[in-house]
Structure formats: C-alpha cells, structure tokens
Design a protein around this ligand. Structure first.
Ligand code: PLP
Length: 405
C-alpha cells in the first residue's frame, strides 16, 4: 500500500467552486452573487481610500522594520481593536478584564477562541457548541477541528424569511446550563437576519438565566447599519449585562483587508486577575500555533484606529460601502414589487441586513438562475448584495422574476 492510500479525496469548497465556474463563463451579462467580498458599482474590489492613505504613511516611515511582533500582536492594534468593538469608555476595558490577542483575521480568532474553550471551558458534559441554523459553513469545521461538537439551534424561519425567535429562545432553555452559544454580532451570514434590540435583551436574559456562554463572531461591524458604533450594540449590551463572553473580530470586510488577515480575539472575564490568567494561556496557545501574528495589516489598521482624522475617514468609507448595499436592497425591492409585480412578498430584501440576503428561492430556482441566466449564487438562495450594481440589478431582477413565476 502507498503512504496516502487512506486519504479520501475531499470535494472542493463550494464558494470557491462557484467563483471558478463564474470566471470560466464567457457570457457577457454574467453576475457573481456568491462572493462574500465588497464590490464597487463596477463589480471591482474596492481599496478603501483611508487604507491607501495609511499604507502610504507606513511605507514612508523610515523606522518601519520587519521584526517579529509580540506573541499577542501589535499592542496599539490590539488595544484599538478592543476599543472599537467594546467602546472606548468600556468599563470592562477600564477594569482590565479583557484579554486580547491579534489573530489571523476572523477565522483565526474563531480558531483560537474555540481552541481556548476546548482546553479551559467547563462544558456541561460533552464539549459542544450551539450554532445558528444556518451559519457560516466554516464554523462547523473550526469547532470540529478542536474536538468541540457543533450542534445547531433554530434561527432562520423559511416561512417568514425572518428570525425564528421562539425557536431560538426554546433552544437556549433546552440546552444544559453553561452551554456555549455562537452568536453573530451583526449582519448574520448567510441570512441577513438579525435580532432586534428588544430580542437581544430577551436573549441576554435567557443567557444569564441559564449561565450560557456567548461566543460572538463579529465579522461585519459597520456593514449592517453603516455605523461602526451602532453595529457593536449587541456585544456592548451583553458585556454590560455581564453575560460571560468572547468576541472574534475581523477587519477583512470593514477595512477591505481580506488577504491581509487582520483580526483579534477578545475574552472578557469577571476579574482582572482571571483575565491575566486567560491572557497568559492565550499567549501559550498562540505561540504553538503561529508564534506571532503578521504585522503589515495590523500596522495599517492601528494607524487608522489611533488617529482621529484617519478614523473619521474610515467611518465615512464604511458608510459608503454599507450605503451602496442598502441602495441595492431598496432598488431590488422596488424592481420586484413596483415594476415587475413578481409573485410573492419581497419585503425581506429590505428588512435583511448586511452583505447577504436570503432570497427564499428554492435550490432548483437557484440552479435555474445559474443555468439559464449565468447568475451565480449558492444553492441555498443566498445572494451577496455587494455583487449587485446599477448596471446588473435590472437584469438580475428580471431573471429572478422569471424563475419564480
Ligand atoms: N465569521 C463569519 C460569520 C464570516 O462570514 C467570515 C467570513 O466570511 C468570517 C468569520 C471570517 O472571515 P476572515 O477570516 O476573512 O476574517
């Protein structure tokens, strides 16, 4: 037998497969709605103007070197990132109760967070995590990799194309006390369905009542409302209520730094003393995983986070991206309801939030869009709103109208 005879061939990642199929399609009107990255009105990647500016500052700095960063990352990046999600006036930060490490973007934050829990969290019985149904597919693999079994809780209700709030509350009540629940901080991927403020309050009550742990994944801060502060509301509220939690933070989307892998993990503890122990063990885990994180992207983000003028420019850039996406929602809703009179209710298009929308169409209808109209989307009917623009939105609306009739 040969060395790797027992290795089964894995299927290609479905999103990357979709992108490859789109690229290979010669059709002039093809549309890519699969990609989870922002595109401008010309379907092009957008380098944020503030990122260009910060990059120039960095390259012109004669003191810039390529030494290793500390194990837990660039200090001014990590502290700025913590303030961004928790608030500059956060009592948890002032009290020294937050242990933060720089990570390989949001994926790395999820991984180190999951690894830390697998080592040190007092799970009730088996090691398990509750994930929303549906969720970012990588969550399953990330937790499985560290020996934590993924389970799902009801989240999306196909009947209303909205939140199954009763189902979610029921799952919080049915799980053993001290269970770990992964929550999307805002702009839920893939559904675009977020709890309301009142629902977040009820969720915090239930989490506290059952002693559950909140594993927040914040990959889209700024993308939901266009406002970085407003999008941190759920996380800050949970911290204020004293729900035990950690936060995985990504700068891939809101800074357009996808390939630079800039992120952080923040673990909020009840005391400064506990936080020091947590930080020390995060450092040990980080050392064996990556030794120390990459510096370039963290330096760019640190410049932006720690300079008032650059920070103000970034807020405006984030708003530009979110506003374009919200305009596409309004336009698509208008085309379907007012112009094409497409059968069905399409209000979810404007009620959903962030980069993605669950259209509610069937797998067969998704496939028909791809085969007949060269429109690429995942079979679950999720579309990336960032893939729509003023040039292709009418074509998309008309083809969507045809497949649902
Ligand atoms: N979490 C969610 C919910 C996501 O959608 C993504 C990216 O699509 C990530 C985390 C991680 O992204 P990255 O590792 O590029 O920061």
């Amino acid at each position: 037998a040969e060395t790797w005879d027992a290795v089964p061939l894995a299927p290609p990642d479905s999103i990357f497969k979709l992108t490859a199929a789109y690229k290979a399609d010669p059709h002039p009107h093809k549309v890519n709605l699969g990609v989870g990255a922002y595109r401008d009105d010309d379907s092009k990647p957008w380098v944020l103007p503030v990122v260009r500016k910060a990059t120039q500052l960095l390259l012109n700095d004669p003191a810039l070197d390529h030494e290793y960063l500390p194990i837990t990352g660039l200090p001014e990046f990590v502290s700025g990132a913590a303030k961004l999600i928790l608030g500059a006036d956060s009592p948890a930060l002032a009290e020294g109760r937050v242990a933060s490490v720089q990570t390989i973007s949001g994926t790395g934050a999820n991984h180190i967070g999951a690894l830390f829990l697998s080592r040190y969290y007092g799970f009730p019985g088996d090691k398990a995590v509750y994930l929303s149904d549906p969720t970012w597919a990588n969550h399953f693999a990330i937790f499985n990799n560290v020996g934590i079994a993924p389970r799902t809780y009801p989240y999306y209700d196909p009947a209303t194309i909205g939140l199954d709030f009763a189902g979610l509350l029921g799952a919080l009540g049915a799980a053993p006390p001290r269970s770990v629940f992964l929550l999307h901080a805002c702009a839920h991927n893939p559904t675009g369905v977020d709890p309301t403020r009142a629902q977040w309050a009820a969720l915090a009550d239930a989490m506290l009542a059952h002693g559950h742990y909140a594993f927040f994944d914040a990959a889209y801060q700024g993308f939901a409302s266009g406002d970085l502060t407003a999008d941190a509301q759920a996380v800050r509220y949970f911290v204020q209520r004293g729900v035990p939690l950690l936060i995985c933070q990504s700068f891939a989307k809101n800074a357009g730094l996808y390939g630079e892998r800039v992120g952080a993990l923040h673990i909020v503890s009840p005391t400064q003393e506990a936080s020091a122990r947590v930080r020390s063990q995060l450092s040990v885990l980080q050392r064996s995983e990556i030794s120390n994180p990459p510096s370039y992207g963290a330096r760019v983000v640190a410049l932006i986070l720690n300079d008032d003028a650059l920070f103000a420019e970034w807020r405006a850039d984030v708003h530009t991206m979110a506003r374009r996406i919200i305009e596409m929602r309004t336009e698509l809703h208008h085309l379907l309801t007012a112009e094409l009179h497409t059968p069905g209710n399409w209000d979810h298009i404007i009620n959903q939030i962030g980069m993605f929308s669950f259209t509610g169409i069937s797998p067969a209808q998704s496939q028909a869009l791809t085969e007949r109209a060269h429109i690429y989307l995942t079979v679950n009917g999720r579309i990336s709103m960032a893939g729509l623009n003023s040039k292709n939105i009418r074509y998309f609306a008309e083809e969507l109208d045809k497949v649902v009739r």
